[in-house]
Every structure is written in C-alpha cells, then in structure tokens.
Write a new protein. Sequence first.
Length: 188
Amino acid sequence: MSTSMTGPTDNAPEPRPSPRTCPSPEPHSSPRTRPFPEPPPPDADALLLPVPDDDGAPFWQYAARGELRVQGCAACGELRFPPRPCCPHCQSFDDRWQRMSGRGRIWSYVLPHPPLLPAYAAQAPYNVIVVELADAPRIRLVGNLVAAPDAPLDSVDPARIRIGAPVKVVFHEQAPGVTVPRWLLERP
Ligand SMILES: [Zn+2]
C-alpha cells in the first residue's frame, strides 16, 4: 500500500488556502488493529509479498478473512484508495472499512515482459490487471487474473483477457498468514 495516487480535483473556489491538505497529524481517533504481523523474510525464489503499512494493514487483515474491504470516511462516507489517514474530502481522521461485493470489471491490464524476477519468469506469460470495483467505480485495484484461487499466475490465456470483462474476487494464501486478493472471470 505504498502506491501514491492523487485525489480528485475540481476548480471550485475553496474558502481555505489548502482545502485538500489534511490537518497536522494527530493520534487516530478510531481504534486500530495493531500490530500487523511481521512479514516473512524475503525469499528470492518466491513471489513478492505485500509489505503493509499502518494505514493499509486492515486491507490485508480483512483479505485474510476472505473479505474485500475498502477504507472509507466515517464522517462523510467517501471511499478512498490507497489507504491513508485523512479523508481528502472532509479532512476527517475517522475511518471505517466498507465491505465490497467483490465484483468489478477489467479496467486495464498488462502482460509483463522480461527482465522478470525468477519466480515471475517461471510463470510468464502472466497478467497484471487493474480492476474497477462495481461498488466504487473510482476505486481500482491491481491484481492477477487467474483460473482458480490457487492456480498459477499463467493459468489464464492472455488472448482471453478483455477490457471491460466482469470479474470477481477470490483469495489466495500466498504464504503462511499472507492472503492476497486475485480475480476470476465471471464468465470463464
Ligand atoms: Zn470525509
């Protein structure tokens, strides 16, 4: 959850000089589940594992329970991704994690080319897709399209991938205690 992303912009006049700037950091007013377990040591021959930060840790904790949840503002209700402490719409630090239906559509995709890390080269050609969530079309998640939750990364023929194709989330335990969302075609 380290990807940077700029929030929506508008040209409406704002009463304050820095309307999109969150106030100075304060302790979170909502209780958070801490700490996230230490990630396993890196394995050069294995697929990369997520390295959660404090804001993104709940995403992975819910994933481990088989739930796809997105951070939302407890004050104004706006969803935001990637996770961060403050709401860009109303500057509230209160959040809640809203469960998604797990349905979406392929917004974009790539087929990574060499040079690849060894574990990825062994599964090429594979795909990386960007999924637009059905419940929150402004929220897009990056993942892999696979034929089954625990199938290899190259289990879907790249020729079958289409922009706009409906997909649904599944969960794969990639390492002990580390579960990642993946995606299946709704109409395989
Ligand atoms: Zn808000």
